[in-house]
Design a protein around this ligand. Sequence first.
Ligand code: BES
Ligand code: MN
Ligand code: ZN
Length: 467
Amino acid sequence: MKIVFATGAAPAKDAAVIRFVTRDQRAKLVPPVSEEEFSGKANTLLYLRCDSTVCVGLGERAKINAHTLRSAAGVAAMFLKKIGRTSAVVRLEDWPKFAGAVVEGLILADYRFERFKTKQTAELDNVRVHVLGEDLATAKKAGERGQTLGEAANLARDVANQPGNLLYPESLADRAEKLGRDFKLKVTIFDEKKLRAGKFGGLIAVGQGSERGPRMIVIEHRGGSKNQVPIALVGKAITFDTGGISIKPAANMEDMIFDKCGGMAVLGAMAAIAELKVKCNVVGIIASAENMPSGGAYRPGDIITTYDGKHVEIINTDAEGRVVLADAIAYARIDQKAAAIIDLATLTGACGVALGDNAAGFWNNDEAFGKRVLAAAERAGERLWPMPLFTEFEEQIRSDVALIKNSGGRLGGACTGAAFLKTFAEDTPWAHLDIAYMSHREKDRADLARGATGFGVRTLVELVENW
Ligand code: BES
Ligand code: MN
Ligand code: ZN
């Protein structure tokens, strides 16, 4: 998408116009429109065909923030694409301080996963954003950052949307190496041989049931001083989760292509972090495996040893995310000497039961770090909801035969998953986002197409930018 910021000069003839309208502005529209036709509430839409203008409601003026405008811009873009318009002028004179959010919204709404469709939706390829002269420079700067963030989220979505037959740990590693070349990031791949030699027992166990072996992908951004310890962004990337020997029921199993979305959030965030030349050291660690049942698969009852030498009793092979993350978190702590670790994972269905699909579960072992993550998510417009880490959850996953077991049963399922991961962070400040039902959508939303959402990319970038 080509985006230019301007102060109003004549737009291209074929461009549609996007206007944002508050509740109070709606009452003064000429010609007048009824409340029924267009209320001006957030994300309501009115199309004035005669002058190719799409008005999107912002709701009450006092409640308007960046998220209101990101979403409203998305609603407008989704509509224009639907009617086949590919160029637009955005009248943003009233809201220049939300230029970044508007650009994000447009870019996020423009993305479709249509690689395998016969007909592709035309892209919204030409956008002019109008602001007043005095706001031009700052709005343009914010817009450029918004473009980087939007494109990074779309990159994450596009890899996440690839099916399991085409995207598997090895091909994901290839994709990460390409990202390294494109964005000048150092990428190191731990293939099966290296994982085995390095005693990454969690990744090896989960990956051993698949014909396609596991990988750990390490992506480094060095924007800080040489001896500054990095912040670690860790992501679960199960390229397909059948459940393994503890196999899942058939219904909706196809959605388990999205079990790599935590890792994809890390991938997208690293791209944006490099492009924005963030001035600190960041390491992205993606733990990737395919969870399959086979003669070689790991089994319930197995006792495995993670990278940091902890013994884990496997109760349920479908609780595989925590097993691969155990290795990745331990590696961040021991080898990378991370100052703090944040992990993102489609970890538990239980998290969706608890919170629905409008918030990710949030756990942390360090108050100060937790606050920074929550503040970053708030600025990014990604909703997190704090969840508990009672000591009882740790007792629930105590094993009779090893240090810990990988499932504590149904009760508090999202919390016992978090308690399991906490064990591997030890004393390093750590935060965990369970994005199981935030990572993908079954149907189009008013401002975002179906499939992977890119959730987490913006929070990670916000966190690292303010590190
Ligand atoms: N990838 C799933 C979690 C999931 C389920 C994400 C539905 C999105 C939608 C994860 O690996 C899993 O299977 N978790 C189990 C854990 C249980 C066995 C302790 C679950 O949620 O049932
Ligand atoms: Mn699973
Ligand atoms: Zn999984």
